[in-house]
Design a protein around this ligand. Structure first.
Ligand SMILES: Cc1cc2nc3c(=O)[nH]c(=O)nc-3n(C[C@H](O)[C@H](O)[C@H](O)COP(=O)(O)OP(=O)(O)OC[C@H]3O[C@@H](n4cnc5c(N)ncnc54)[C@H](O)[C@@H]3O)c2cc1C
Length: 290
Protein backbone atom coordinates (compact mmCIF):
# COMPACT_ATOMS: atom_id res chain seq x y z
CA UNK A 1 0.00 0.00 0.00
CA UNK A 2 1.26 3.47 -0.86
CA UNK A 3 0.91 5.89 2.03
CA UNK A 4 1.69 9.62 1.92
CA UNK A 5 4.05 11.18 4.43
CA UNK A 6 2.39 12.87 7.43
CA UNK A 7 0.88 16.32 6.82
CA UNK A 8 -1.28 18.93 8.53
CA UNK A 9 -4.80 19.27 7.12
CA UNK A 10 -6.77 22.51 7.04
CA UNK A 11 -10.17 23.10 5.43
CA UNK A 12 -10.53 26.70 4.29
CA UNK A 13 -13.94 28.34 4.56
CA UNK A 14 -13.15 31.41 2.46
CA UNK A 15 -10.68 32.49 -0.18
CA UNK A 16 -9.09 34.96 2.23
CA UNK A 17 -8.66 32.23 4.84
CA UNK A 18 -7.10 29.88 2.27
CA UNK A 19 -4.54 32.57 1.41
CA UNK A 20 -3.91 33.26 5.08
CA UNK A 21 -3.33 29.53 5.72
CA UNK A 22 -0.98 29.28 2.74
CA UNK A 23 0.94 32.28 4.05
CA UNK A 24 1.07 30.88 7.59
CA UNK A 25 2.32 27.41 6.55
CA UNK A 26 4.77 28.79 3.97
CA UNK A 27 6.31 27.19 0.88
CA UNK A 28 5.76 23.61 2.06
CA UNK A 29 1.96 24.01 2.05
CA UNK A 30 -0.15 22.96 -0.94
CA UNK A 31 -3.72 23.56 -1.93
CA UNK A 32 -5.82 20.46 -2.60
CA UNK A 33 -8.70 20.75 -5.07
CA UNK A 34 -9.92 17.48 -6.64
CA UNK A 35 -6.78 15.73 -5.39
CA UNK A 36 -6.57 13.57 -8.52
CA UNK A 37 -3.06 14.69 -9.36
CA UNK A 38 -1.73 15.75 -5.96
CA UNK A 39 -2.76 12.71 -3.91
CA UNK A 40 -1.20 10.13 -6.26
CA UNK A 41 2.02 12.19 -6.19
CA UNK A 42 1.89 12.25 -2.38
CA UNK A 43 1.34 8.49 -2.23
CA UNK A 44 4.41 8.01 -4.42
CA UNK A 45 6.23 10.55 -2.21
CA UNK A 46 6.94 12.68 -5.27
CA UNK A 47 5.23 15.45 -3.32
CA UNK A 48 5.55 15.73 0.46
CA UNK A 49 3.71 18.89 1.52
CA UNK A 50 3.80 19.66 5.22
CA UNK A 51 0.27 21.06 5.08
CA UNK A 52 -2.72 20.59 2.77
CA UNK A 53 -5.17 23.45 2.46
CA UNK A 54 -8.48 22.02 1.24
CA UNK A 55 -10.41 24.52 -0.91
CA UNK A 56 -13.42 22.32 -1.66
CA UNK A 57 -15.76 24.48 0.45
CA UNK A 58 -15.05 27.61 -1.59
CA UNK A 59 -18.33 27.73 -3.51
CA UNK A 60 -17.38 31.16 -4.88
CA UNK A 61 -14.71 29.41 -7.01
CA UNK A 62 -17.13 26.79 -8.35
CA UNK A 63 -19.20 28.92 -10.73
CA UNK A 64 -19.42 29.13 -14.52
CA UNK A 65 -20.63 32.65 -15.36
CA UNK A 66 -21.04 35.00 -18.28
CA UNK A 67 -19.51 38.23 -17.02
CA UNK A 68 -19.87 41.05 -19.54
CA UNK A 69 -18.31 39.73 -22.75
CA UNK A 70 -16.33 36.99 -20.96
CA UNK A 71 -16.92 33.42 -19.99
CA UNK A 72 -15.63 33.13 -16.41
CA UNK A 73 -14.85 29.62 -15.14
CA UNK A 74 -14.09 29.30 -11.42
CA UNK A 75 -10.98 27.33 -10.52
CA UNK A 76 -13.06 24.80 -8.54
CA UNK A 77 -15.41 23.99 -11.43
CA UNK A 78 -15.27 20.22 -11.95
CA UNK A 79 -14.48 18.74 -15.36
CA UNK A 80 -18.01 17.25 -15.49
CA UNK A 81 -19.56 20.68 -14.90
CA UNK A 82 -17.55 22.27 -17.71
CA UNK A 83 -18.60 19.42 -20.00
CA UNK A 84 -22.29 19.82 -19.09
CA UNK A 85 -22.36 23.64 -19.35
CA UNK A 86 -24.64 24.85 -22.19
CA UNK A 87 -22.79 28.19 -22.51
CA UNK A 88 -19.46 26.38 -22.84
CA UNK A 89 -20.90 23.95 -25.39
CA UNK A 90 -22.38 26.78 -27.44
CA UNK A 91 -19.41 29.17 -27.50
CA UNK A 92 -16.36 26.97 -26.81
CA UNK A 93 -16.68 23.57 -28.50
CA UNK A 94 -12.91 23.10 -28.03
CA UNK A 95 -13.52 22.80 -24.26
CA UNK A 96 -16.43 20.41 -24.73
CA UNK A 97 -14.35 18.26 -27.15
CA UNK A 98 -11.47 18.18 -24.67
CA UNK A 99 -13.63 17.40 -21.63
CA UNK A 100 -15.30 14.48 -23.41
CA UNK A 101 -11.94 12.71 -23.60
CA UNK A 102 -10.44 13.62 -20.22
CA UNK A 103 -10.14 10.47 -18.15
CA UNK A 104 -13.44 8.86 -17.05
CA UNK A 105 -16.56 10.04 -15.20
CA UNK A 106 -14.97 9.33 -11.79
CA UNK A 107 -12.07 11.68 -12.46
CA UNK A 108 -14.28 14.21 -14.23
CA UNK A 109 -16.69 14.36 -11.28
CA UNK A 110 -13.93 15.32 -8.88
CA UNK A 111 -11.02 16.85 -10.84
CA UNK A 112 -11.15 20.62 -11.28
CA UNK A 113 -10.33 23.02 -14.07
CA UNK A 114 -8.01 25.00 -11.76
CA UNK A 115 -6.22 21.87 -10.57
CA UNK A 116 -5.65 20.79 -14.17
CA UNK A 117 -4.02 24.10 -15.06
CA UNK A 118 -2.02 24.48 -11.83
CA UNK A 119 -0.65 20.95 -12.12
CA UNK A 120 0.96 22.07 -15.44
CA UNK A 121 1.39 18.45 -16.47
CA UNK A 122 2.52 18.44 -20.13
CA UNK A 123 -0.25 15.90 -20.88
CA UNK A 124 -3.09 17.96 -19.39
CA UNK A 125 -5.75 18.52 -22.08
CA UNK A 126 -7.22 21.76 -20.71
CA UNK A 127 -3.83 23.49 -20.67
CA UNK A 128 -3.59 23.18 -24.46
CA UNK A 129 -7.28 24.00 -25.02
CA UNK A 130 -7.25 27.17 -22.90
CA UNK A 131 -3.86 28.16 -24.39
CA UNK A 132 -5.30 27.91 -27.91
CA UNK A 133 -8.12 30.18 -26.69
CA UNK A 134 -5.62 32.67 -25.17
CA UNK A 135 -7.43 32.61 -21.84
CA UNK A 136 -6.62 34.99 -19.02
CA UNK A 137 -6.07 33.58 -15.54
CA UNK A 138 -7.04 35.46 -12.40
CA UNK A 139 -4.82 34.80 -9.38
CA UNK A 140 -5.25 36.04 -5.82
CA UNK A 141 -2.61 36.17 -3.12
CA UNK A 142 -1.69 38.19 -0.03
CA UNK A 143 -1.06 41.23 -2.26
CA UNK A 144 -4.48 41.10 -3.96
CA UNK A 145 -5.63 40.03 -7.41
CA UNK A 146 -3.75 40.01 -10.70
CA UNK A 147 -4.28 38.60 -14.17
CA UNK A 148 -1.86 36.40 -16.08
CA UNK A 149 -2.13 35.57 -19.79
CA UNK A 150 -2.20 31.80 -20.04
CA UNK A 151 0.80 31.85 -22.37
CA UNK A 152 2.80 33.45 -19.56
CA UNK A 153 1.39 31.08 -16.93
CA UNK A 154 3.17 27.85 -17.89
CA UNK A 155 6.88 28.17 -17.15
CA UNK A 156 7.70 24.51 -17.81
CA UNK A 157 6.58 21.03 -16.79
CA UNK A 158 4.83 21.22 -13.39
CA UNK A 159 5.86 24.86 -13.03
CA UNK A 160 3.57 27.91 -13.20
CA UNK A 161 3.82 31.66 -12.72
CA UNK A 162 1.80 31.54 -9.47
CA UNK A 163 3.62 33.15 -6.57
CA UNK A 164 3.87 31.75 -3.08
CA UNK A 165 0.51 31.78 -1.26
CA UNK A 166 -1.25 32.68 -4.50
CA UNK A 167 -4.33 30.81 -5.70
CA UNK A 168 -5.77 30.49 -9.16
CA UNK A 169 -9.26 31.90 -8.80
CA UNK A 170 -10.80 32.07 -12.25
CA UNK A 171 -10.17 31.47 -15.94
CA UNK A 172 -11.62 34.04 -18.35
CA UNK A 173 -12.14 33.80 -22.11
CA UNK A 174 -13.83 36.47 -24.22
CA UNK A 175 -17.00 35.28 -25.94
CA UNK A 176 -16.25 36.33 -29.50
CA UNK A 177 -16.97 35.16 -33.00
CA UNK A 178 -14.68 32.20 -33.54
CA UNK A 179 -14.75 28.47 -34.23
CA UNK A 180 -12.82 25.74 -32.42
CA UNK A 181 -12.18 22.02 -32.06
CA UNK A 182 -9.97 19.57 -30.15
CA UNK A 183 -8.74 16.20 -31.40
CA UNK A 184 -6.96 13.56 -29.29
CA UNK A 185 -5.42 10.14 -29.84
CA UNK A 186 -5.34 7.93 -26.75
CA UNK A 187 -4.34 4.29 -26.36
CA UNK A 188 -7.70 3.39 -24.86
CA UNK A 189 -10.78 5.27 -23.72
CA UNK A 190 -10.05 7.39 -20.64
CA UNK A 191 -6.28 7.36 -21.04
CA UNK A 192 -4.01 10.37 -21.14
CA UNK A 193 -3.24 11.68 -24.62
CA UNK A 194 -0.63 10.07 -26.81
CA UNK A 195 -0.96 13.42 -28.56
CA UNK A 196 -3.79 15.96 -28.86
CA UNK A 197 -4.29 19.25 -30.68
CA UNK A 198 -6.75 22.09 -30.32
CA UNK A 199 -7.53 24.76 -32.91
CA UNK A 200 -9.23 28.14 -32.68
CA UNK A 201 -9.99 30.20 -35.78
CA UNK A 202 -11.34 33.70 -36.17
CA UNK A 203 -12.42 34.23 -39.77
CA UNK A 204 -13.57 37.46 -41.36
CA UNK A 205 -14.52 37.84 -45.06
CA UNK A 206 -12.92 34.49 -45.87
CA UNK A 207 -9.59 35.37 -44.23
CA UNK A 208 -8.15 34.00 -40.98
CA UNK A 209 -7.70 37.02 -38.72
CA UNK A 210 -6.50 35.06 -35.66
CA UNK A 211 -5.49 31.48 -35.02
CA UNK A 212 -4.76 29.51 -31.86
CA UNK A 213 -3.15 26.07 -31.86
CA UNK A 214 -2.70 24.14 -28.61
CA UNK A 215 -0.68 20.94 -28.43
CA UNK A 216 -0.81 18.32 -25.67
CA UNK A 217 1.88 15.83 -24.63
CA UNK A 218 4.45 16.74 -27.27
CA UNK A 219 6.65 19.21 -25.40
CA UNK A 220 5.29 22.26 -27.21
CA UNK A 221 6.58 25.43 -25.59
CA UNK A 222 3.77 26.80 -23.40
CA UNK A 223 1.42 24.26 -25.02
CA UNK A 224 1.17 26.19 -28.31
CA UNK A 225 2.47 26.11 -31.89
CA UNK A 226 3.20 29.78 -32.48
CA UNK A 227 4.89 29.43 -35.86
CA UNK A 228 1.89 27.53 -37.23
CA UNK A 229 -0.39 30.25 -35.83
CA UNK A 230 1.73 32.93 -37.56
CA UNK A 231 1.51 31.00 -40.82
CA UNK A 232 -2.29 30.78 -40.66
CA UNK A 233 -2.93 34.44 -39.82
CA UNK A 234 -3.90 36.35 -42.98
CA UNK A 235 -4.41 33.19 -45.04
CA UNK A 236 -7.51 31.42 -46.28
CA UNK A 237 -9.17 28.67 -44.24
CA UNK A 238 -8.56 25.87 -46.76
CA UNK A 239 -7.22 22.31 -46.71
CA UNK A 240 -3.87 23.24 -48.22
CA UNK A 241 -3.20 25.87 -45.54
CA UNK A 242 -4.33 23.54 -42.76
CA UNK A 243 -2.02 20.76 -44.01
CA UNK A 244 0.92 23.18 -44.06
CA UNK A 245 0.05 24.47 -40.57
CA UNK A 246 0.08 20.83 -39.41
CA UNK A 247 3.53 20.32 -40.93
CA UNK A 248 4.84 23.43 -39.19
CA UNK A 249 3.30 22.42 -35.84
CA UNK A 250 4.88 18.96 -36.13
CA UNK A 251 8.31 20.56 -36.58
CA UNK A 252 7.74 23.02 -33.76
CA UNK A 253 7.01 20.50 -31.01
CA UNK A 254 9.53 18.42 -29.02
CA UNK A 255 8.00 15.04 -28.24
CA UNK A 256 9.86 12.43 -26.21
CA UNK A 257 9.63 8.67 -26.58
CA UNK A 258 7.78 6.77 -23.85
CA UNK A 259 5.33 3.90 -23.42
CA UNK A 260 2.84 5.81 -25.56
CA UNK A 261 5.06 5.84 -28.63
CA UNK A 262 8.28 6.88 -30.33
CA UNK A 263 9.19 10.44 -31.28
CA UNK A 264 8.44 10.11 -35.02
CA UNK A 265 4.97 8.71 -34.38
CA UNK A 266 4.12 11.49 -31.94
CA UNK A 267 5.44 14.15 -34.28
CA UNK A 268 3.35 12.71 -37.10
CA UNK A 269 0.28 12.73 -34.85
CA UNK A 270 0.91 16.32 -33.79
CA UNK A 271 0.81 17.41 -37.44
CA UNK A 272 -2.16 15.27 -38.39
CA UNK A 273 -4.26 16.21 -35.35
CA UNK A 274 -3.49 19.91 -35.85
CA UNK A 275 -4.74 19.66 -39.43
CA UNK A 276 -7.86 17.74 -38.37
CA UNK A 277 -8.67 20.16 -35.54
CA UNK A 278 -8.30 23.10 -37.96
CA UNK A 279 -10.55 21.40 -40.50
CA UNK A 280 -13.17 20.68 -37.84
CA UNK A 281 -13.05 24.26 -36.57
CA UNK A 282 -13.44 25.62 -40.12
CA UNK A 283 -16.39 23.29 -40.76
CA UNK A 284 -18.05 24.50 -37.56
CA UNK A 285 -17.46 28.09 -38.67
CA UNK A 286 -19.72 27.26 -41.61
CA UNK A 287 -22.36 25.77 -39.36
CA UNK A 288 -21.50 22.16 -40.20
CA UNK A 289 -21.36 19.29 -37.73
CA UNK A 290 -17.76 18.32 -36.94
C1 LIG B 1 -6.76 8.10 -13.69
C2 LIG B 1 -6.62 9.53 -14.13
C3 LIG B 1 -6.69 9.83 -15.48
C4 LIG B 1 -6.54 11.15 -15.89
N1 LIG B 1 -6.62 11.42 -17.23
C5 LIG B 1 -6.51 12.69 -17.66
C6 LIG B 1 -6.62 13.01 -19.05
O1 LIG B 1 -6.84 12.16 -19.90
N2 LIG B 1 -6.46 14.31 -19.40
C7 LIG B 1 -6.25 15.30 -18.48
O2 LIG B 1 -6.11 16.45 -18.86
N3 LIG B 1 -6.17 15.03 -17.17
C8 LIG B 1 -6.29 13.76 -16.74
N4 LIG B 1 -6.22 13.49 -15.40
C9 LIG B 1 -5.96 14.59 -14.45
C10 LIG B 1 -7.27 15.19 -13.96
O3 LIG B 1 -7.74 16.05 -14.97
C11 LIG B 1 -7.06 15.98 -12.64
O4 LIG B 1 -8.27 16.35 -12.18
C12 LIG B 1 -6.25 17.25 -12.76
O5 LIG B 1 -4.99 17.00 -13.25
C13 LIG B 1 -5.98 17.92 -11.42
O6 LIG B 1 -7.12 18.49 -10.94
P1 LIG B 1 -7.44 18.34 -9.39
O7 LIG B 1 -8.58 19.24 -9.12
O8 LIG B 1 -7.60 16.91 -9.06
O9 LIG B 1 -6.12 18.96 -8.74
P2 LIG B 1 -5.28 18.56 -7.44
O10 LIG B 1 -4.73 17.19 -7.60
O11 LIG B 1 -6.08 18.84 -6.23
O12 LIG B 1 -4.12 19.65 -7.54
C14 LIG B 1 -3.15 19.61 -8.55
C15 LIG B 1 -2.10 20.71 -8.29
O13 LIG B 1 -2.69 21.99 -8.49
C16 LIG B 1 -2.64 22.77 -7.29
N5 LIG B 1 -3.90 23.51 -7.25
C17 LIG B 1 -5.15 23.00 -7.40
N6 LIG B 1 -6.06 23.98 -7.43
C18 LIG B 1 -5.38 25.14 -7.29
C19 LIG B 1 -5.77 26.51 -7.26
N7 LIG B 1 -7.03 26.91 -7.40
N8 LIG B 1 -4.80 27.44 -7.13
C20 LIG B 1 -3.50 27.09 -6.99
N9 LIG B 1 -3.07 25.80 -7.03
C21 LIG B 1 -4.00 24.84 -7.18
C22 LIG B 1 -2.43 21.78 -6.17
O14 LIG B 1 -1.78 22.37 -5.06
C23 LIG B 1 -1.58 20.73 -6.85
O15 LIG B 1 -0.25 21.15 -6.89
C24 LIG B 1 -6.35 12.18 -14.95
C25 LIG B 1 -6.27 11.87 -13.59
C26 LIG B 1 -6.41 10.57 -13.17
C27 LIG B 1 -6.35 10.27 -11.70
Amino acid sequence: MQVPAAFQYERATSLEQAIELLTRYGPEARVVAGGHSLLPMMKLRLAQPEALIDINDLGELALIRVDGHDLAVGAMVRHAELLASPVVGEHFPILRDAERVIADPLVRNRGTVGGSLCQADPSEDLSAAFSALRATLVAQGPGGRRTIGIREFFLGPYETALNEAELLVEIRVPIRSHASAYRKVERRVGDWAVVAAGAVLEISDGVITEAGIGLTAVGARRFVAEQAEDFLRGGRPDDEGFAEAGRIAAQECRPTADQRGPVDYKRHLAGELTTRALRAAAARAQGQEA
